[in-house]
Design a protein around this ligand. Sequence first.
Ligand SMILES: Cc1cc2nc3c(=O)[nH]c(=O)nc-3n(C[C@H](O)[C@H](O)[C@H](O)COP(=O)(O)OP(=O)(O)OC[C@H]3O[C@@H](n4cnc5c(N)ncnc54)[C@H](O)[C@@H]3O)c2cc1C
Length: 314
Amino acid sequence: MFDLIIIGAAAAGSSAAIYSARRKLNFKIVTDDIGGEVALSGIVNNWPGILEIQGFELAQKFHEHVKSYGVEIDQGFRVEKIISEKNYHIVLAKSASGEEKQYKTKTVIIATGIHPRHLGIKGEEELNHKGITYCTVCDGPLFKNKITTTIGSGNSALESALMMAGIAQKVYLISKYTNTGENNFGFPKGENILIDKIKTLPNIEIIYSATTTEIIGDKNVTGVKYTDTTGAEKSIETQGVMIHIGQIPNSQFVEVEKNAMKEIMVDAKCHTNIKGIFAAGDVTDVAYKQIGVSAGQGIIAALAAIEDINRWSE
Ligand SMILES: Cc1cc2nc3c(=O)[nH]c(=O)nc-3n(C[C@H](O)[C@H](O)[C@H](O)COP(=O)(O)OP(=O)(O)OC[C@H]3O[C@@H](n4cnc5c(N)ncnc54)[C@H](O)[C@@H]3O)c2cc1C
């Protein structure tokens, strides 16, 4: 029986592991990958003590720190289910090759983050990685001097278009909202400083009130189809499609209390509603999805789990 299983190995999971190792818990990390969204964050300028660092380097440093304590990591395993008994939990995980593992543990910390929402339209699945990306920071540089299209209407879409304006020849930005004051000029949740910047850039063309209906291409992306407010279908030529329409928490494998957005609801000590199961970082209903916030919650979850373990009895 483990004291603790930590699921996820990025900001929240690594911080939880460092605290758990220093308290000499009998624990393991079970994770799909190392680094999660931290590794995909591009340049990070807000991790205290480091003025500027690439996300993948910061993730590497988290990993080195965790490994320095000799923490065991089962990497390449996705947790598929947690079965909770009276005073312990069974964590079931599977690798891409089908290998299955299960862990009996007193406590669990879920630090599984979020993943990008998909449009669910024709061509999206078929052309994924063939011109479609959900991470402009990661793949944007592949589209040097090409035509790209960013789809979305939040800050992440605005940031994507801004980044691509410096790389691509031309950038389309498709928003489903109308360009009116009540919709904050096409970007209801967008920051105005970003919107204003975008409007000054000559190689960005914003298409408002548009619903993307298909991504076209054979071997690679060649275009995007959308309908306007009249329902008429139009198409644009593009070689790259950046999809930024929101994020979905990786919380489907566990039956704990979640909000409407499927974020795991936690209290100030990162307890879920199931005794012995804690959650930390982007996967929770914490207010701001940031590396520092996730790391802080990972620490809280570890310390709270230790309190539980100290009081555990057969
Ligand atoms: C493009 C971009 C730029 C960003 N820039 C910044 C920035 O500059 N500064 C900042 O503070 N924040 C930034 N962020 C936000 C930051 O990346 C997140 O807040 C942070 O990564 C959250 O950390 P986390 O540990 O909660 O989750 P994640 O980093 O998402 O890690 C989740 C971990 O869980 C694992 N996992 C997921 N599901 C399972 C499963 N079922 N079984 C096993 N393992 C699983 C994953 O493999 C991964 O190891 C950015 C995000 C993006 C997308």
